[in-house]
Ligand binder design. Structure first.
Ligand code: KIV
Length: 308
C-alpha cells in the first residue's frame, strides 16, 4: 500500500491528464447536434424546441408518441422517440372515458409527472384538457404554469385556431413553449358533429390561416389532425415551424400516434390513419391466460420461485 507523504488531497485523474485536443483514433466521429438527424440521435440531454426547429430546416422527419406512464415513457425514450405527449387522450386510453372532454388537470398532472421522471431525453409535452384554457389567456397561462411546476413538462399543447391565438401568445410570452393543434380537434367533437375530416375544399384555407396565425403567436409546432394530405403538405411548406400529422398524410414534418393504437393494445375498430406495429393486446392476453392456467394447475409458483 502506498502511503501518502503530504496532506494534499489525492489528485483526481481528470486533473492530471492533459485536456485532449484530438479524439482517440477509435472514437466514433462526433456528430454535431446541429447536423445530425433528430430521430436516432442519442443526445445526452433533453431534446429542445431548438432541436425541432433545426430538424425542420434540415428536412428531418421525426416521430412523436403519447405516453401516460413510467414504463411506456422509459421504453419510448430509450427507443429514441424525441417528443412524448401526455395527451388528454389519457381520458379514453387510461381513464376509460368515452372521449377527451371529461378528463381534468388533476387527473393529467400525475401522469405527466411520471412521464417526466421516467425520461432523460424526450421533450415532454403536457396537453391542456378541455375547460382548463377556454376561459381565456389568463386561465390558459395558470394551467400551463401548473403543468410546468407540478409535472415538470417542457412544453404544453392546446387545441384550436384563431380563438386560442391570444392564449398562445400569453403563454409563450411567459417563457413556456406551446404546441398548437388544428384540423380535427377532439375536444370540439360535438361541435364538429362527430369524428370528421376537417379542411376539405374551401375549409383548407382556414386550416392554413389558423396554422400561420398560431406560428405568428409563437407556437413552436402545430399538430394537424385529420386533414387531407394535400392540405397538410401545403401547410407544412408554408410554415417555418414543424407540423405533426395524425391522419394528415405523409407530407408533415413529424407523425404522432396514440401509443396504445400504435402497439395494438386497443380493441375494436381503429381510425383509418392508425398503423399497428405490434399485438400487445394479444401478447398480454396470452400471458394472463398462461399465468391463470399455471396457478390453476398448481404449476406456479415452482421451487425456483419459493423461499427455503
Ligand atoms: O391527446 C392526444 O393524444 C393528442 C394527439 C393525438 C395529437 O392530442
Amino acid at each position: 500500500m502506498t502511503e501518502r507523504t503530504t496532506s494534499a488531497p489525492p489528485t483526481d485523474a481528470a486533473t492530471t491528464v492533459p485536456p485532449r485536443t484530438e479524439p482517440p483514433a477509435n472514437a466514433p466521429t462526433p456528430v454535431a447536434a446541429e447536423t445530425a438527424p433528430l430521430y436516432g440521435q442519442r443526445l445526452s440531454r433533453r431534446v429542445t424546441i431548438r432541436d425541432l426547429q433545426l430538424a425542420k430546416r434540415r428536412g428531418d422527419r421525426w416521430p412523436m408518441l403519447t405516453s401516460y406512464d413510467m414504463y411506456s415513457a422509459e421504453i419510448f425514450d430509450e427507443a429514441g422517440v424525441p417528443v412524448l405527449l401526455v395527451g388528454d387522450s389519457a381520458a379514453n386510453n387510461v381513464y376509460g372515458y368515452e372521449d377527451t372532454i371529461p378528463v381534468t388537470v388533476d387527473e393529467l398532472l400525475p401522469l405527466a409527472r411520471a412521464v417526466v421522471r421516467a425520461t432523460r431525453r424526450a421533450l415532454v409535452v403536457g396537453d391542456l384538457p378541455f375547460g382548463s384554457y377556454q376561459l381565456g389567456p389568463d386561465q390558459a397561462l395558470v394551467t400551463s404554469i401548473r403543468f410546468m411546476k407540478e409535472a415538470g413538462v417542457q412544453a404544453v399543447k392546446l387545441e384550436g385556431g384563431h380563438r386560442v391565438v391570444p392564449a398562445v401568445r400569453q403563454i409563450v410570452e411567459a417563457g413556456i413553449p406551446v404546441m398548437a393543434h388544428v384540423g380535427f380537434t377532439p375536444q370540439s367533437v360535438h361541435a364538429f358533429g362527430g369524428y370528421r375530416v376537417q379542411g376539405r375544399g374551401e375549409a383548407a384555407e382556414r386550416v392554413r390561416e389558423e396554422a400561420l396565425a398560431l406560428q405568428e403567436a409563437g407556437a413552436f409546432a402545430v399538430v394537424l389532425e385529420m386533414v387531407p394530405a394535400t392540405v397538410a403538405r401545403d401547410v407544412t411548406a408554408a410554415l417555418t415551424i414543424p407540423t405533426i400529422g395524425i391522419g394528415a398524410g405523409p407530407g408533415c414534418d413529424a407523425q404522432v400516434l396514440v401509443w396504445q393504437d400504435m402497439a395494438g393494445l386497443r380493441a375494436g375498430r381503429l381510425p383509418r390513419f392508425v398503423k399497428t406495429y405490434a399485438d400487445l393486446r394479444g401478447e398480454l392476453a396470452r400471458a394472463a391466460r398462461a399465468f391463470a392456467e399455471e396457478v390453476g394447475q398448481g404449476r406456479y409458483p415452482g421451487p425456483e420461485h419459493s423461499y427455503e
